[in-house]
Design a binder for this molecule. Sequence first.
Ligand code: NAP
Length: 368
Amino acid sequence: MASSIFRPLLNCRRHLPGLLNNAVNLNISLNQKQSLIRYSSTYKAALLHEYGQNLILEDMTRNILKSNEVRVAVHSCGVNASDRLMVENLYDHPVKRPFVPGFEVCGEVLEVGSDVKTVVTGTRVIGLNKVALGGFAEECVLDENDVFMVDHAVCFDAGAALADCYSTALLALNRRAQIKEGDTVLITAAAGGLGLAAVDLASSVYRAKVIGVCGTEGKADLVRQKGAWAALKYNEKHVLQKVKEVTDGKGVDVVFDAVGGDVFNTALDCVAHEGKVVVAGFASRVVPHIETSRLLPKAISIMGLSLTRYHESDFAVYRQAVEDVIELHEMKLINPHICARFKLDETDKAFDFIKERRSMGKVVLEMD
Ligand SMILES: NC(=O)c1ccc[n+]([C@@H]2O[C@H](COP(=O)([O-])OP(=O)(O)OC[C@H]3O[C@@H](n4cnc5c(N)ncnc54)[C@H](OP(=O)(O)O)[C@@H]3O)[C@@H](O)[C@H]2O)c1
């Protein structure tokens, strides 16, 4: 039986003002009131019924928590490139319909299962799980292991924009590429959610000399503001020239690529002797194929990573990465850039915004 500590009643009023008032009027016990709220009230969620169609806002009823679960009142949820791919059935694997997308939330704990030890009702948390989903909603249920406590000074939008991209970038730069202070780093899709996180971490935490590559001058401005030494638009000749100039002809120590396709090929030509290339994503949807003979002359190491796979294969490392980025954010060393905010009934607009490559950094849904 779940040891349900429930969010203060004040917070539940937005779900069930009528019933709550009736409960008060009937002068029933607190436990009865809590049960009434938990089982009878509904919350709004954006559901995908048919791939490629708009999400539909619906009233959902709550399920009883399992002993290891945490119910979170979602205040903000990150909207990511992969959310859109899941909705359009272009993701690595089809997600079973109907489903509520969204895997990166920030909010407050409403209720905890009987075995939950690390958070209590009212704790401000980030929730991250690319398999469980359910974040495009006023509430979601997560395993305790997928919930991370954050300081009350962390605003909900920043909390919903931090964990996925920054943890991926941290694992890529630190664990995989073993970046060092003063290294030169070429980052592609540098104004995207993941790229800008990599720019921020590499410049602000590792004091690396970052060259960011992106689609427009406006985006390049933002990349420079985030700390990049240089930022420029995609153009093979210009990129090679700039890398030569910044590195005194040596090439970069690290490439962080989230685009793939031709951009990856250009980036590979920019690597220094014994340089490293981290494959982090394929925003272009083109997976590049290379001749391994290209790696020999400059003794290049090429490596990849998937945050989701770390969750499955090395949970301790995964969890530590997320906790580290939360701490770095709380120390004000890193800060996700949020370019646009949408409401829960505007998910189609949020997806179009990302699809049209208008986003810079992160997009969030706000529930309040
Ligand atoms: N490895 C992991 O665990 C992990 C984690 C998060 C994300 N990812 C992956 O990393 C990639 C980027 O994710 P994100 O969150 O940064 O996405 P995002 O915020 O949508 O940014 C992607 C950026 O890629 C650039 N881009 C270049 N060529 C493009 C093309 N042909 N079509 C669309 N965009 C293009 C766009 O910027 P410009 O207009 O400036 O070119 C776009 O803003 C995605 O493939 C995502 O699935 C991987």
